[in-house]
Write a protein that binds this ligand. Structure first.
Ligand SMILES: [Cu+2]
Length: 171
């Protein structure tokens, strides 16, 4: 019984020593992967043909939602579509369109916004916008926040958005 335990212990010690090396190299690999991850947190490739320009945010004090406006350019020869958006600065980002009907303005979710080949789509007050909710930080006028647009292709297009005051109508 005692002998068995000692053999088992020795075997276990051997395993731990080997396992220790394995754990150390796995940890090194993980920390390298972690470094990459912080640069591209959403694991999606940047689109080569879709770009975003002139992004600005009309900041409103919470709980009122802020909104982002920008122009999406498709330099490619294929039609593309926006399917969503995210930002490290907000817990919730949704693609919306403001509509006016019978003098009443409201907004609807836009699950898929086409961006035609060699064409543009403009997000602006009274039309398409990215609705920004659950801010994770205080919005400071004059600073820039990152916004990632998700494409139907699985790629993303990144925008850098200038924070503007509540009364701003354009960038
Ligand atoms: Cu909205």
């Amino acid at each position: 019984m005692v002998m068995e335990t000692m053999v088992a212990k020795r075997a276990l010690r051997g395993l731990v020593a080997v396992g220790g090396l394995a754990v150390a190299s796995a940890a090194a690999a993980m920390s390298m992967a972690g470094g990459n991850e912080s640069m591209a947190p959403r694991h999606a490739a940047q689109s080569a043909s879709i770009s975003v320009s002139g992004c600005w945010i009309r900041s409103l004090p919470p709980p009122a939602p802020s909104a982002a406006y920008f122009v999406v350019h498709n330099e490619g020869i294929r039609n593309a579509a926006l399917t969503g958006a995210s930002s490290p600065a907000f817990g919730s980002v949704m693609l919306h369109k403001s509509i006016e009907s019978g003098g009443v303005s409201s907004m609807v979710m836009e699950p898929r916004i086409p961006v035609p080949a060699k064409g543009n789509v403009t997000f602006k007050p009274g039309s398409y916008h990215a609705m920004l909710e659950k801010p994770r930080q205080k919005l400071v006028v004059g600073t820039k926040l990152e916004l990632d647009l998700q494409l139907a292709s699985g790629e993303t297009a990144r925008a850098s958005c200038l924070v503007r005051p509540a009364g701003a109508l354009s960038r």
